[in-house]
Design a protein around this ligand. Sequence first.
Ligand code: H79
Length: 438
Amino acid sequence: MKKISILFLFAFLTMIGHSQESYTPSDENLKNREWFQDAKFGLFIHWGVYSVMAGGGDQGIAEWIMNQKRIPIEQYEKLPSFFNPTKFDPNKWVATVKKAGMKYITITSKHHDGFAMYDSKVSDYNIVDRTPYGKDILQQLKEACDKEGIKLFFYYSQLDWHHPDYYPRGRTGQGYTGRPQHGDWDKYIDYMNAQLTELLTNYGEVGGIWFDGMWDQIDANWRLDETYSLIHKLQQGALVGSNHHKAPFPGEDFQMFERDLPGENTMGFNQTGTISELPLEMCETMNGSWGFNLKDHNYKSTKRLIQTMVKAAGYGANFLLNTGPMPNGEIQPENVDTLMVMGKWLDKYGESIYGTRKGPIKPLHWGATTQKGKTVYVHVLQLAEDNLLLPKLEQKIESITFFDDGTKAKYKNTEFGTLIHLPYDKRQEVDTILKVEL
Ligand code: H79
């Protein structure tokens, strides 16, 4: 009897040892969270067989074309045979990333269409088995990243419009796909965990896993605990995040916001209002699409993108800026141009972004603040007047200088805060930065 209860106790302890409910991140994980927050800027890459369709003449999000156009699996399965990115050069991608001042890449290993962009053994619906190209792009990219000290994260869609066992179906992938109206949900989760195991075993050290699609049926039995434990067991340092639009669940290491700054909800689905204490990341598109879209030339200006990155940093959030490479494997020249402008800006002003944390004043209509040690960087992004009223800081200000020329700014402490004089001839088009020493 005693033996049995000890056995039970042991089983119970093993269980809670793995449970993410009581998740304690490892030292390595915590170290990587700091690295992540220091890194600030990464490239999001949406690349898949949908890229071949280039949005199909619509302005919409190109990676959703299967669902938008209601393309049955039988037809969609022809796409891989047209995917042959003869101009794919991972070293060139990574060189672009470095020049842009980015420190990591997050790439789609499998999007909602269920197609694996790597050499998966648990399904032949993958780039090696189904395309004329026949090579594992994740592996090539990882090698290129390792050479240059760029970290690689894998995006993985929990939602799957292709797998028959993704059943019951959620809000998307209904009706048109041609799948039978039955399936074994647990088998699907096993399949997903098997693919994640591949991703976390075959590519060396991975930055983390960026989940998406759980919103398709948020209340399904995702067995998150098991999946997150698996990831943390395979790679203690890997950071887990999920784009479920909810407050983070136990076992997650960072919180993300899609096309909105933390706390904003211009998209309509960022309604949680919760900004957690975890490291944060905001992802954004350059035009309106994640996957390559031939028609959408509605590119955001570099001014707007830099200002969004600065505001994100003001919230303590990273900026994950997206590109959808073309089916030939090249990054769109328009996007490369944008990245080069951002890289040039960061070459000059990176000190006020990299390695900082959110500043003492949360982003306001005129701009944002970031902080590193005793230096507060005040980023003035838009201000009609030639004076800025900086809300009161807890610590005394020792000096204020202009970042650009190091000259002293005139300021006066008032009962409402510090009034800083910003003459127009000292102003920069994108961001006028002041260094406030405490
Ligand atoms: O990978 C990119 C997009 O394909 C993916 N996330 C980024 C990073 C993405 N999927 N969906 N969305 C973005 C937009 C979300 C739309 C939603 Fe809804 C609104 C999900 C739930 C409410 C519309 C209605 C789509 C499903 C139900």
